[in-house]
Design a protein around this ligand. Structure first.
Ligand SMILES: *Cc1c(COP(=O)(O)O)cnc(C)c1O
Length: 405
């Protein structure tokens, strides 16, 4: 397995990029889908922003370092990764807050309709944000399993809100087909791209999507709690009204007017003062992903996850795969079901193999293609096979649940 892996690494067109990431010694990191690895350039950029732009430039840096333009600039760099025109994406707030703004905006665009349709088992924050608007009397939450979503799209549905790549299983929705179905029913569509952006190609404009949100700290390597992004299709820019009408989303924030006038386009999605440190770190991560290119990343991601399955076969490990077996039908991850998934995950972490556990019984391995190597995959499978063979996961220390899993 190892020889095979090394041969694949030697032939990997992305192999040079691993050196751009600060991977800790002795760690095989298969959790870039939860928190991407630190790009080496980020520390230098942060030092420059902190000491130079903040320390020396102080308030002048809003202009001289273009802090004021940063949310749009970073959004413009994310845009091509998700198949969007540059002025349709902005980097701001968290994914949860962007969901709130865009769900509310969509509801306002469909007067007379209140239903926000999603699927049970969608990422919790997506479902909770709908519930919050429901508690305010503004929305009505409807959940339909994936094979019945098309049937649930009736004349009451204002918005279809789905996560493109499922966080647990990695299953990918057919964005073009579902967007079409929603539009035929007179509904708008909001895609959560948290597990797509930077991992697999997305064609927001091409699919005719209305809105999208996504995470900055997963495959975009923006760092813990990095700002998220939001997309609004060009055709909705003039009509878009979102309820968090803070001064930074004003057309002229420094006119200090008593009355709110939304900024043109996605600029009106801004609320308060943008987090410059976080956006600066995110820009480094996004630039690196953009430099590699999404097609090459996706191709390597598929090769890595398929290699993981080949290694499992060769090692004689039989685990129940819950991700689609066809790599074109899944994101950049493989998930397996095992009743002792938590303890197995902990035993692997103790060996330096970091994957993650998703309640109640999912063992999840993410293959961030920018820095994960085939050797990482072969070694991870070797450790997994050993953990299962030796029953090492049965130790008490691996079964105690931590607060953050
Ligand atoms: C990670 C993730 C989020 C995270 O939202 P935050 O506001 O950043 O906590 C949202 N949606 C999905 C589908 C995710 O995977």
């Amino acid at each position: 397995m190892l020889a095979q892996a090394r041969a694949r690494d030697a032939a990997d067109p992305l192999r040079e990029y691993r050196a751009h990431f600060a991977l800790p010694e002795g760690v095989i990191y298969l959790d870039g889908n939860s928190l991407g690895v630190l790009p080496k350039a980020t520390a230098g950029r942060m030092a420059g922003v902190v000491r130079g732009e903040w320390g020396e430039g102080l308030i002048r840096s809003w202009n001289s370092a273009d802090w004021i333009g940063l949310p749009r600039r970073v959004g413009g760099r994310i845009a091509p990764l998700v198949g969007a025109a540059p002025d349709t994406v902005i980097a701001c707030d968290s994914t949860s807050i962007n969901l709130f703004k865009l769900i509310a905006a969509a509801l306002a665009m469909r007067p007379g309709r209140k239903v926000v349709l999603s699927e049970p088992g969608n990422f919790p924050t997506d479902l909770y944000m709908i519930a919050g608007l429901e508690a305010q009397g503004l929305a009505e939450r409807r959940l339909a399993p994936r094979d019945r979503i098309a049937d649930a799209l009736d004349g009451d549905v204002a918005l279809l809100l789905l996560t493109h790549v499922h966080y647990k299983t990695g299953e990918v929705f057919d964005m073009a087909a579902l967007t079409r179905a929603a539009h035929e029913a007179g509904a708008l569509v909001l895609w959560d791209l948290s597990h797509s952006a930077g991992a697999i190609p997305v064609e927001l404009d091409g699919c005719g999507a209305d809105f999208a949100v996504g995470c900055g700290y997963k495959y975009l390597n923006g760092g813990p709690g990095a700002p998220a992004f939001a997309y609004v299709a060009q055709r909705h820019h003039a009509a878009l009204e979102q309820p968090l009408t803070g001064w930074m989303g004003h057309a002229a924030p420094f006119a200090f007017s008593d009355d709110y006038q939304p900024a043109p386009g996605v600029g009106r999605l801004l609320c308060g003062t943008p987090p410059i440190l976080g956006l600066s770190a995110l820009e480094v991560g996004v630039d690196l992903v953009a430099e590699i290119g999404i097609e090459r990343l996706a191709a390597k991601s598929r090769a890595l996850s398929e290699f993981f399955r080949t290694c499992l076969d060769q090692a004689g490990v039989a685990l129940e795969l819950v991700s689609p077996p066809d790599p074109m039908q899944r994101g950049s991850q493989l998930s397996f079901r095992h009743p002792e998934a938590y303890a197995i995950c902990q035993a692997l972490i103790a060996r330096g193999v970091i994957g993650d556990f998703r309640d109640p019984d999912i063992l999840r391995f993410g293959f961030a293609p920018a820095y994960v190597s085939f050797e990482d995959v072969a070694e991870a499978v070797r450790h997994l096979a050993e953990v299962l063979e030796t029953g090492e996961w049965q130790r008490d220390e691996f079964r105690e649940r931590a607060a953050v899993t």
